[in-house]
Design a protein around this ligand. Sequence first.
Ligand code: UD1
Length: 401
Amino acid sequence: MMNRLNLMLVAGARPNFMKIAPLVRAIEQHNTNRRNGDPQIDYKLVHTGQHYDPRMSTIFFQELGMPAPHINLGVGSGSHAVQTATVMTRFEPMLESARPDWLVVVGDVNSTLACTLVAAKLGVRVAHVEAGLRSFDRSMPEEINRLATDALADLLLTPSEDADRNLAAEGVDGARIRRVGNIMIDSLNAQLQSIDTLELIARRDLVPGEYIYVTLHRPANVDQPDTLQLVMGRLTELARKWTIIFPVHPRTRSRLADCEPVQSVPSGLRVVEPVGYRESLAFVRHARCVLTDSGGLQEESTFFRTPCLTLRPNTERPVTLTCGSNRLTTPEDLEHDLADVLARPARFGEIPPLWDGHTAGRTLQAILEASGFGSKHVTEDRLLQHSSRPEEAQLLSPSAV
Ligand code: UD1
């Protein structure tokens, strides 16, 4: 076996960047610290170009200290079919000529699925980071992306126990699953070492605990004018008492243009351009409450124990509800739920297991082991968890491996 491993990493849209950055860092650390026998890991970073505005992409590369992508497919926006097909068409020759040992994809965006499909058909092994999450709501494009990506990926790197259970319920062989933890928290932890979040909010004239941080971009919330109008009405009311900071995603911005203008917008409602990763973390950390439909913000709120209301009927991240500070709401219940949250303690909830900043290292280790490098690190707990039959667990007990 060659003592080298070739990886191709894919990032396409805003929520991918903070999941890829820790992997790049872990690869570089591995190469620096490697001892005799450890393989050199070579990687190529592909940006599909699904997100391309400087505020949706470049700023994240800068703040996360990521190298410029080796390849940018420059795909841009389009319908789901157009975007997915364009990524596939442009990615196929790149993958064909690079022929890495593994394609590593993260999250659940169209780029994740498109590159996975190409790799599966070219016979390149796929590792999916953040596998197994399910909202059980197929009206969400991300749910389709998750189901199809997990069906095809060879190595399913999961963040939580619920994800493992979802995969087991779909009949996935436990040998394909490795629970590695929440990789977003690696980026969050790394940033907290170097930024002054109080200073970042002060620059926006925000006072800790005295503002509400809002982000909305899901088609279900912003593509229906009635729903968006209703939510904007609620925010306008709320802004008579609270400062609301609302960085607006480009999709939402274009839909807002179609809404009836709100009469006399209170000065408390501050609709601003999309913000970078650092400012967003600072906003979450010091907010009185977060109101969002983003997956990432549900997790970041849980990490900071900041109350979070998620404007969705479901979440693929149930640990933020059971363990963390998150709660689901609807446009109709928003007023009541907000009042309820604001009457509760300013911080609550627990940080879930494996949100410890070491997920990228475990991810790399899992990929190395699946490639035949390093020791087989199989714990009794993992074996039991993936085997419903005790005799199977017995057969695979660590002493037998
Ligand atoms: C995508 C992901 C979603 C993720 C979100 C984070 C899919 C199916 N959805 O949704 O899971 O939560 O990213 O932002 O992959 N646009 C710009 N500039 C950009 C990018 C987009 O103006 O840099 C505008 C375009 O008008 C585009 C629209 O935003 O049509 C939507 O972009 P798209 O990538 O299709 O989906 P998102 O809503 O961003």
